[in-house]
Design a protein around this ligand. Structure first.
Ligand SMILES: [Ca+2]
Length: 353
């Protein structure tokens, strides 16, 4: 399947994918796809969102993108890339959206930082960002500010990576915290990585603790999925097979990225030969996902009932822990699953619509 095939039929495919929803939602999605406008009568039912993502560093952001594109409840106004080579990452998002016919979504290039983002970026190496039919904002931070400040409706800012872009946006325009709600995949309250019963310095916080401190002391209402919930989500068995077999534009593009990302990750294994790379990649791709942390942040922007939410005072320490500490900012935390199996089924249902 070539890029041009995807591109020419992507919008039609999205409408077909939306076919399982109510006619009201379907027509809202069709209106969005065909005109790029959200001014239809259905716009009142959709929440305007901005997604700030460190896509390419882990593959779960790409799964989150798939869910975001299958959420008729959300009206994605902007996607901004975060951490290190944000332009290379923007190319990955642009190519993905081009493939699935969603170039109505504007892109922003976030704060550039030294260092490479080598996993997955090769997938879009030859993609010319200037050929992206939608808007590309070189100053992604300003795009975040403008989108929030100019929106007639309250915006939900979803962040699924370290927070240099959001901290910079708050520095330039603190009033964004009055006009937006924050939803993030951040922290570790009672549970650490791999479900262990002790919190960890979670990557999205610890990688830039100063930025996280700025974001976690701003005036906006905050909702997070810490490792306590998002760190437990992975697909295998029948659930994973459903995604694998769906072969829609979204799932095919997602799995193509998963393959490249996974294979890239084996490169440092000196014990492996070239043929092992393909064999191990095939084995993994056939059987299961990695941990799908970031998908939960998209879920929390839509609904929360499958998780147990708790309002907790959260302070970010200099070494990247999220401590419950009296007097700290109150954050709505998804601390447990009411129904993890139900969440994973919801995730599969969304991805395979
Ligand atoms: Ca991420």
């Amino acid at each position: 399947m070539t890029g041009s095939f995807f591109y020419s039929t992507g919008s039609l495919m999205l409408i077909l994918l939306a076919g399982g929803w109510s006619s009201r939602s379907e027509s809202a999605v069709r209106n969005h796809v065909t005109s790029g406008s959200d001014r239809g009568p259905q716009s009142a039912i959709r929440t305007p969102v901005i997604w700030d993502t460190d896509i390419c560093d882990d593959i779960d952001d790409t799964w989150a993108l798939g869910v975001l594109l299958q959420a008729p409840e959300l009206d994605c106004k902007l996607i901004v890339t975060a951490v290190r080579d944000t332009e290379a990452k923007a190319k990955v998002v642009a190519k993905f959206l081009d493939r699935v016919g969603r170039t109505d979504i504007p892109l922003g290039i976030g704060v550039k930082q030294p260092g490479d983002s080598w996993r997955q970026t090769s997938w879009a190496k030859d993609y010319d960002l200037s050929s992206y039919p939608g808007r590309v904002c070189k100053d992604g931070v300003q795009a975040i500010i403008d989108t929030i400040m100019n929106s007639p409706d309250r915006v939900t800012l979803i962040a699924t990576g370290p927070l240099p872009n959001i901290a910079e946006a708050l520095k330039r325009e603190p009033r964004i915290a009055e006009k937006a709600d924050f939803v993030g995949m951040h922290g570790s309250v009672y549970v650490g990585y791999s479900g262990k019963d002790k919190p960890d310095a979670e990557y999205n916080v610890a990688q830039d603790a100063k930025a996280a401190q700025k974001v976690f002391t701003a005036a906006w209402p905050m909702t997070i999925t810490p490792l306590d919930t998002c760190g437990l989500v992975a697909l295998d068995g029948d659930k994973y097979q459903k995604v694998l077999k769906r072969k829609s534009f979204i799932t095919a593009t997602l799995l193509e990225n998963y393959r490249i990302w996974y294979r890239d990750g084996l490169r440092d294994r000196k014990d492996l030969k070239e043929a092992d790379f393909d064999r191990l990649t095939d084995e993994k791709l056939k059987s299961s996902s990695t941990i799908l942390f970031d998908t939960v942040a998209i879920y929390l922007a839509i609904r929360k009932d499958l998780a147990q939410m708790k309002s907790l005072p959260i302070r970010i320490t200099d070494d990247g822990f999220t401590r419950v500490e009296e007097g700290a900012k109150i954050v709505n935390c998804a601390v447990k699953w009411n129904n993890l199996d139900g969440y994973e089924s919801w995730l599969v249902e969304r991805l395979t619509k």
